[in-house]
Design a protein around this ligand. Structure first.
Ligand code: CP
Ligand code: NVA
Length: 303
């Protein structure tokens, strides 16, 4: 594994290695024996979009692994004024040891990885959010055991980055993914084909939640879609995690949310608060899983 750009690029074995190392690093946190594979390294974080969890978990994770993190907002570097991503990559590749990028186009992280000559991590694009879904799988396995054969139901905007990464994981790991979304917000046929596996797309919420082990949502208005807010609130109305939906799932189903959450929109306040422990464990696990990704990339690039 030289980069972490998409779940599609990972083998089942590599996913297993990330999850196993994340478990060890979680247990080793704060101990003297905690490994320092990034010692002497500086990693850049280039963010063109807002972030709380991803930024903090990467900054803290890099430091806990012995490295230094350098946060570069898109607005502060020449990239924001139109310098090409490939030139940014060629410069950073000569100065830092790795880069974590949150941006709009998936092609930009792919081009950065191809040009920079340093390990590159996708910290969210319009198309995918691989670190999130790896941490979510880790959380599910902590709480329910192996994800194989489990049923994960995603409800809401089924055409955004988070369900896309879920789809790419489902085929590889052998769980069933059901996406409940209005027609307009369903994933493309092309992505469905790429994902393979057992992915069911429907506008029937009850059917999607029936007997599910996990009920999952994300905001209806992803970053970059703010202008569509009024339309999205109207069109996605009802594609919400609420008690009515949960009545269809397994009685002990996990309720998960990648956050930030908008109560009263994609999830009710009641359901969110009842399941807050799971949701914030899920947020914390971003740190452990991303530390595993960083450590594995550092190892793969060690000469
Ligand atoms: N879930 C997630 O990626 O959160 P942030 O946008 O706060 O990083
Ligand atoms: N789909 C959301 C995820 C936020 C973590 C977005 O792209 O804004």
């Amino acid at each position: 594994m030289k980069h972490l750009l998409s779940i599609e690029d990972l083998t089942v074995k590599q996913i297993g290695e990330i999850l196993a190392l994340a478990k060890n690093l979680k247990a080793a946190r704060g101990k003297r024996s905690h490994p320092q594979p990034l010692k002497g390294q500086t990693w850049a974080l280039i963010f063109a979009k807002y972030s709380t969890r991803t930024r903090v978990s990467f900054e803290v994770g890099i430091r806990e692994l012995g490295g230094r993190a350098m946060f570069l907002s898109n607005n502060d570097i020449q990239l924001g004024r139109g310098e090409p991503i490939v030139d940014t990559a060629r410069v950073l590749g000569r100065m830092v040891h790795g880069c974590v990028i949150r941006t709009f186009h998936q092609k930009d992280v792919v081009d950065f990885a191809a040009t920079s000559g340093i390990p590159t991590i996708n910290a969210l694009t319009d198309d995918e959010h691989p670190c999130q879904i790896l941490a979510d799988i880790f959380t599910i396995e902590e709480k329910l055991g192996r994800i194989q054969k489990k049923v994960v139901c995603f409800i809401g905007d089924g055409a955004c980055n988070v369900p896309a990464s879920w789809m790419l994981a489902a085929g590889k790991l052998g769980f069933e993914l059901r996406i409940a979304a209005p027609r307009k917000y369903q994933p493309s046929a092309n992505l469905l084909k790429r994902a393979g596996g057992k992915v069911i797309v429907t506008d029937d919420r009850a059917k999607a939640a029936d007997g599910a082990d996990v009920i999952y949502s994300d905001t209806w208005i992803s970053m970059g879609k703010e202008e569509e807010e009024a339309q999205r609130l109207a069109e996605l109305d009802g594609y919400q995690i609420n008690d009515q939906l949960l009545a269809h799932a397994k009685p002990k189903a996990l309720v998960m949310h990648c956050l930030p959450a908008y109560r009263g929109k994609e999830i009710t306040n009641d359901v969110f608060e009842r399941h807050a422990e799971t949701i914030f464990d899920q947020a914390e696990n971003r740190l452990h899983v991303q530390k595993a990704i960083l450590a594995l990339l550092a190892k793969a690039w060690r000469r």
